[in-house]
Design a protein around this ligand. Structure first.
Ligand SMILES: Nc1ncnc2c1ncn2[C@@H]1O[C@H](COP(=O)(O)OP(=O)(O)OP(=O)(O)O)[C@@H](O)[C@H]1O
Ligand SMILES: [Mg+2]
Length: 335
């Protein structure tokens, strides 16, 4: 049985985060008032379709946004406010305490560098290199099921799945507190994907990592997370335990995402159901609910009034249980 070690210590607290990319036409608000927290050892999935702001949130946690600006809110990591840390203090956290498997990281390895020197450079970047680290390198290389006598080969001599395993090993070698995995399995075929997920799940418990797992696919995050944050057009629309969200999705978008998971048990249900329509353009102000134009529950009020993210319990808005929240007007008494 898998033992998950979650302590009560809150390791990451994101509060009312707003991130914008300046554009010619005005600012593109990629992340709009997002709040969540993570306890030590917890694993949260950040899920939503392309362009909803997942990577932007991931990058902001290390202040690695390219062109984007944190306009409001705070990011508290291990008692530091990341949004105001000096570059020097940030460099001590990046890669060491918070590590990220970047989206499309299959291409992250330097083709001119042997695998071994990627590991050596990772230690050196934090002044942690010494010959005694070879033991750790050899151990993790074998852990990811690559023979340690291949350590002096170049990245192109490995398969895509092996390269991704090397990237993962590099992301945990310094034993980070928080690992952000941004679509770590997307470019891989299904069997390799399953192997990578298994590896991440095992490393998570071996290294007692706190993890944010970013994906557009609810099916992929189901087994590796205890909690889910569902994003739509820059906002959280539902947040809750993975178990609750799968058993009892509350937001129409979450419902649609769940329906889009192919059913491997039911061979008659071959076709994936996609969600008709597209998300709104984030460069312009949006009136009402952002999901309204694609929502099968839509009423006139949805085009007028922006819903708030509120606690929900037993299918009713209210109560003081912060463990499940939803942003939808259909729970209003007068809907
Ligand atoms: N460097 C940038 N400059 C301008 N706009 C950007 C930049 N990076 C992202 N955006 C915009 O911010 C929004 C959120 O992008 P982001 O990459 O965070 O989405 P995502 O949820 O990770 O999508 P995907 O699933 O495709 O990776 C999008 O509208 C995108 O076009
Ligand atoms: Mg992304």
């Amino acid at each position: 049985m898998r033992v998950i070690n979650i302590s009560d210590k809150v390791i990451l607290e994101v509060k009312n985060l707003v991130i914008e990319y300046p554009m010619k036409e005005g600012n593109l608000r990629a992340v709009d008032d997002v709040s969540f927290s993570l306890k030590s050892g917890e694993s949260m999935g950040l899920v939503g379709e392309s362009g909803c702001g997942k990577t932007t949130i991931g990058l902001s946690l290390m202040r690695l946004l390219k062109g984007g600006e944190i306009k409001a809110g705070s990011i508290n990591f291990d008692d530091n406010d990341v949004s105001i840390l000096s570059d020097e203090d940030l460099s001590k956290i990046r890669g060491k305490k918070i590590s990220m498997i970047f989206q499309a990281s299959q291409n992250a390895l330097n083709p001119l560098q042997k695998v071994a020197s990627h590991f050596i450079d990772t230690f050196k970047a934090h002044d942690m290199w010494s010959n005694s680290k070879w033991d750790e390198i050899n151990k993790i290389i074998e852990r990811i099921e690559i023979s340690k006598d291949r350590i002096n080969e170049y990245p192109h001599q490995f398969s895509g799945g092996m390269q991704q395993r090397i990237v993962i090993a590099l992301s945990v070698i310094l034993q980070p507190t928080l690992l952000i995995a941004d679509e770590p399995t997307t470019a891989l075929d299904v069997l390799v994907q399953a192997k990578i997920l298994k590896l991440l799940r095992e490393l998570k418990s071996e290294y007692n990592l706190t993890m944010i797992f970013i994906s557009h696919d609810l099916g992929v995050v189901a087994e590796i997370t205890q909690r889910l944050a569902i994003m739509y057009a820059g906002q959280l629309v539902e947040i809750g335990t993975t178990k609750d969200i799968f058993a009892n999705p509350q937001h129409p978008y979450t419902e649609a995402l769940l329906n889009a998971i192919p059913d491997v048990q039911d061979k008659t249900k071959k076709k994936q159901i996609s969600i008709p329509g597209t998300p709104p353009d984030l460069r312009f102000e949006i009136k009402g609910c952002r999901f309204a134009s694609r929502c099968s529950y839509r009423k006139d009020i949805c085009n007028e009034e922006p819903p708030e993210l509120l606690n929900i319990i037993n299918g009713k808005i209210g109560g003081d249980n912060p463990n499940h929240k939803v942003r939808c007007l259909k729970y209003n008494d007068d809907f």
